[in-house]
Ligand binder design. Sequence first.
Ligand code: NAP
Length: 404
Amino acid sequence: MSYITVDENKKMTVPDRVNLGYIEGDGIGPDITKAMINVVNASIEVAYNGSRSVEWEKILAGEEAFEKTGEHLPKESQKQIEKCIVSIKGPLTTPIGQGFRSLNVTLRQQFDLYANIRPVRYFPGVPSPVVHPEYMDMIVFRENTEDLYAGIEWKYDSEQAKKVREFLSREFGVSLSDDTGIGIKPIGKFKSQRLVRKAIQYAIANNRKSVTLMHKGNIMKYTEGAFKEWGYELARTEFPDQTVTEEEYLQNPDALSGRIIIKDRIADNMFQQALTRTAEYDIIATPNLNGDYISDALAAQVGGIGIAPGANMGDVYAVFEAVHGTAPKYAGMDVANPTSLILSAVMMLRHIGWKEAADILDGAVTLCYKDQKVTQDLARIMNIKALKCSEFAEEIIKRMKKED
Ligand code: NAP
């Protein structure tokens, strides 16, 4: 057993035989997790000839955990996530009923996984609803711990909602009818800036061209508007030599000289620009709700959320995840598309510095799509024979090759 360690400067050390945590997930989770583990193990073997390997550590969560322990996220599982530092998870059912919070939201808040990172790019061969899907190469950095998803809300007929309405009326003269539910949208400077910092750091480390602050600040000035202002302020004060604002660049194109352009777009405009001027956008940093919408919309442009990966990251912990849900109707049928989870594993391999294995796996997935080896979700659109989830994984493994 050997675990990743993180020092006081947040620097990670990864042993060659590393324990990584995995949560199978509910519904199609076990099928896609099995496929993911098989292809990741194979890519590591091809890349390092036995000198590196993963010890997969199962972490109980979701329905299986509830059946076995009476809890959806037992304390023991939380300890394992803490110990492993880096984990990967399949989709989890959000339990319906009062008193339950989404397990995903709980994980994000508990381990302070403040950045939800969703790369979106096109794989040649995948059916797309747009004319030039190949122009898409964006990465969404979505704030993960505040905004409307923080869950501060009260039902219209609750005591709390009544009290808030009375307070608003008494203190601020704001009158709301008795049938009004209340939700609070907290957006703070510290949390906005650490998200934008992560996006800019990523842009610098990966030679990206721009970071766009997506917001609805024209209407929600002190939350979304403040996010934009704090984003620009952070770029100006912490990255003065590596960034330039779009305004400065337009006035003086020479100001660019290899720097990253910081720009902002109002959310509705961002949606249409993503379609009409796709190639002009690169990294998008945005509060939670905008990020939720835009990441699925971008994924749809290149073939849907079945193939889009995701990661939840903080300064210490990281949980990589399939972005789609549990698709319960396909549970246990070995027909689901495991690509989202597999590409999340590619992100995970890069995160732990195992770049060679990541490249091999990414290359093999790309070749599968190019060769039109696909699962039923895409096969039915392409009018070709569908592979089972496990067969798709085998096809990926067949296409793995070491770069010279
Ligand atoms: P969903 O599970 O994503 O499924 C919706 C539809 O998307 C499926 O019926 C299927 O479409 C397609 N699909 C999704 N993933 C697929 C895959 N890997 N391969 C093939 N097809 C796939 O969304 P949902 O039905 O709204 O949610 C079901 C449960 O998942 C809920 O409990 C929800 O809370 C949970 N959920 C969890 C997460 C997470 O853990 N991150 C995220 C979202 C939802 P067709 O029917 O057209 O074939």
